[in-house]
Design a protein around this ligand. Structure first.
Ligand code: GDP
Ligand code: GDP
Length: 454
C-alpha cells in the first residue's frame, strides 16, 4: 500500500506547483466523476526514493459560509482519505485569516499535519515563516516549490514517521534500473507461486459490483457484506480453474439502497491503491457511455503502473447492431495505446461472456510472468537488429550488444550497448513490437531499458 499525501491550502499558495513537481510527467487524474468535487487532482508521486499518492485538494479559503462551506467540506473530504496532510501557506504574503480558518479545521482532524511555508526563494525564509508557528500545528517547513528547494527535507519529515506502516513507499535502489539477472529470477519464482491479485476497476456505475457478484456467485456476497472504510478495498480469496486468485474489490460488494450511497462508495484513492496492489487489472467500461476521458486517465494510470490488463465492455445486452458497430469503431480509435490488452464484450447482469474473462486474465498473468532467458532475448534483439539496423548518429552506428530479463509483471528487458541514448523513439517502438511478437506475450505491457556499455 502507498500512503496518501493531501495538499491543502488557500488558492495561490503553490499547491499545483508542488503537485506538478512531485508527479513530474505522470498524468494527473482529475476527479470529475458525478457527485464528486471537480477540482481535486490525484497522481502517483515519485521523489528520490519515495513513492506515494498525492492529492491536490483544490482551493479552500477557510472562511466559507453556507453552500460554499458545504463545497469546502467536500474538498476537505480528501483529508479524510489522507495519511498525511501538507498544509501550504505563502511565506511572501504572511499569515492570513483564511490560513487560520483552515488550521482550525485541521487541528480537529486526527491526522499528522505539516505546515509548509512556500515561496521562500529570494526572501529571508526564517523570519518570513516565523509567523506561522502561531497556527499551532508545530514546526514550519520552508520550501520553494517552483525550484524544488526544501522538498526532499519536507517529505522526509512528513513521511519517515509513517514509513514502518507503508513499506511499499520506499523504492528499492535498483528498481529504476531493472533488476540483475539473478534477482529477476528470484522475483519470477515468487510471482509464479503467489495467487493472482486481480483488481476490478472502473468509473462509478459501469457494473463493477454486478460483475463481482457474478464472478463470486450470489452466496458469497453475504459473507463479505460488511461496510469497510471508504478508502479500503475488500480482498477476497477465490479459486478458478485450479488457480488461486485474490479479488481486489473496489466497488464494495454491498447491496445498496440508493444512488447517493453508490456515488459515495467510489473513491479514486481506493482505485489507485487497488491498481498499485494488483498484478492484473480487469478494467470495466460501460458500453452505453463509450470511452470517456476519465476512462482514459484511469487506463493511463494502469499503463504507468505496468499492470497487466483485460478490458471488459459491460452492458453489451440489448444493444442494436448499429450501436455496437459504433462502439467498436470508438474502441479502435481511442484504445490504440493499450493494443496489448484483450477486449471482452459482456453483460454482468445476465452473465454473458463473464466466464471467458478469466481465460484472458490467466493469459495476461502467464505472459507477465513467462520466463525470459538471456540467450532468448539476446537472439531476438540480434534478429531485430539484423532486420532493421539502428541509425548512425554522429558518424557512429548505435550498437546493441546483449539483453537480459530485468524483472517481471511487467516483463522488463534490459539492453546493453553503445550510444543507446541516441536511439530514436520510432526505433524503440519497433523493438517493443518485435519483442512482443517474438516472445508471444498478450495482456501485459513490456518495458525496455537501455544501458551504456557491456
Ligand atoms: P495553487 O492555487 O495553490 O495551486 O497555487 P499555484 O501552484 O497555481 O501557484 C500560484 C502562484 O505562485 C503561481 O504564479 C506560481 O508560479 C507561484 N509559485 C508557486 N510556487 C512558488 C515558489 O516556490 N516561489 C515563487 N516565487 N512562486 C511560486
Ligand atoms: P458499480 O458502481 O461499477 O459497482 O456498478 P453497479 O454494479 O452497481 O451497476 C450500476 C448499474 O448498472 C446497476 O443499475 C446495474 O444493475 C446496472 N448494470 C450492471 N451491469 C449491467 C449489464 O451488464 N447490463 C445492464 N443492462 N445493466 C447493468
Amino acid at each position: 500500500m502507498l500512503p496518501v499525501v493531501a495538499l491543502v491550502g488557500r488558492p495561490n499558495v503553490g499547491k499545483s506547483t508542488l503537485f506538478n513537481r512531485l508527479t513530474r510527467t505522470r498524468d494527473a487524474l482529475v476527479a470529475d466523476f458525478p457527485g464528486l468535487t471537480r477540482d481535486r487532482k490525484y497522481g502517483t508521486a515519485e521523489h528520490e526514493n519515495l513513492q506515494f499518492i498525492v492529492v491536490d485538494t483544490g482551493g479552500i479559503s477557510g472562511d466559507e459560509k453556507g453552500i460554499d462551506m458545504a463545497m469546502a467540506e467536500q474538498s476537505l473530504l480528501a483529508i479524510v482519505e489522507a495519511d498525511v496532510v501538507l498544509f501550504l501557506v505563502d511565506a511572501r504574503v504572511g499569515m492570513t485569516g483564511a490560513d487560520q480558518g483552515i488550521a482550525e479545521h485541521l487541528r480537529k482532524q486526527e491526522k499528522p499535519v505539516y505546515v509548509v511555508a512556500n515561496k521562500v526563494d529570494g526572501i529571508d525564509g526564517d523570519s518570513e515563516s516565523a509567523d506561522f508557528f502561531a497556527l499551532g500545528l508545530g514546526d514550519v517547513n520552508q520550501i520553494a516549490a517552483a525550484h524544488g528547494r526544501g522538498v526532499t527535507q519536507l517529505l522526509q519529515n512528513a513521511l519517515n514517521p509513517i514509513a514502518e506502516h507503508f513499506p511499499d513507499m520506499i523504492i528499492p535502489e535498483e528498481s529504476d534500473e531493472g533488476l540483475a539477472e539473478e534477482d529477476a529470477e528470484e522475483q519470477l519464482a515468487r510471482l509464479q507461486a503467489q495467487p493472482i491479485k486481480l483488481a476490478i476497476v472502473g468509473k462509478p456505475n459501469v457494473g463493477k459490483s454486478t460483475l463481482t457478484n457474478r464472478i463470486l456467485g450470489e452466496e458469497r456476497v453475504v459473507v463479505y457484506d460488511e461496510p469497510g472504510t471508504t478508502r479500503d478495498s475488500v480482498f477476497i480469496p477465490m479459486e478458478r480453474d485450479g488457480r488461486e486468485y485474490i479479488l481486489i474489490d473496489t466497488a464494495g460488494v454491498r447491496r445498496r439502497r440508493n444512488i447517493s450511497e453508490a456515488v459515495e462508495k467510489f473513491s479514486i484513492v481506493k482505485t489507485l491503491q487497488a491498481i498499485e496492489e494488483s498484478n492484473v487489472v480487469l478494467f470495466v467500461v460501460d458500453a452505453r457511455e463509450g470511452i470517456t476521458d476519465q476512462d482514459l486517465s484511469l487506463l493511463g494510470f494502469i499503463l504507468n503502473a505496468g499492470r497487466s490488463l483485460v478490458v471488459s465492455v459491460n452492458k453489451w445486452d440489448g444493444l442494436d447492431k448499429d450501436i455496437k458497430d459504433e462502439i467498436n469503431r470508438e474502441l479502435d480509435r481511442r484504445l490504440g495505446f493499450i493494443d496489448f490488452a484483450r477486449i471482452h464484450y459482456i453483460s454482468a447482469l445476465h452473465g454473458t461472456g463473464v466466464g471467458h474473462l478469466f481465460e484472458s486474465v490467466q493469459e495476461a498473468y502467464a505472459s507477465a510472468t513467462k520466463r525470459i532467458t538471456t540467450s532468448m532475448v539476446t537472439r531476438i534483439m540480434d534478429m531485430a537488429q539484423d532486420d532493421h539496423q539502428p541509425p548512425v548518429v554522429r558518424g557512429r552506428r548505435v550498437k546493441m550488444k546483449y539483453a537480459h530479463a530485468g524483472g517481471y509483471n511487467p516483463p522488463i528487458i534490459v539492453i546493453h550497448g553503445n550510444q543507446l541514448k541516441d536511439l530514436p523513439d520510432s526505433y524503440k517502438r519497433y523493438l517493443m513490437n518485435y519483442f512482443r511478437k517474438s516472445l508471444n506475450v498478450m495482456g501485459t505491457p513490456i518495458k525496455i531499458e537501455f544501458r551504456e556499455g557491456a
